[in-house]
Design a protein. Structure first.
Length: 102
């Protein structure tokens, strides 16, 4: 089930950016707040971690309390803030809250 999608930017000539289907994986407190372990979503192929988090917060509102501390990984590789992401169909994006413990 597709739960969210980034707004596609206007492209002259009526073309919009390519869409891809990816899986969001929620861990620990992020999973508790989102209410799901995973969600299949449609996103634009080019995005940033910040744009992705904005859409996650829009669709899973309870997660907003963790937004500034969430970590994103794409196919098990951590993403840096501002980093451009090139997504492909079938990619996995992990939404990871801060890790604490003793």
């Amino acid at each position: 089930m597709d739960l969210l999608g980034l707004c596609l930017p206007y492209q002259p000539g009526g073309m919009t950016e390519r869409e891809v289907s990816v899986t969001l994986l929620f861990f620990a407190g992020a999973r508790d707040l989102a209410g799901v372990e995973r969600a299949t979503v449609t996103l634009t192929a080019s995005t940033t971690p910040e744009q992705l988090l904005a859409e996650v917060v829009r669709s899973f509102g309870e997660i907003t309390n963790l937004r500034d501390s969430l970590i994103i990984s794409l196919n098990q590789e951590y993403c840096e803030p501002g980093q451009g992401l090139e997504l492909s169909n079938g990619d996995e994006i992990a939404i990871i809250p801060p890790i604490s413990g003793g």
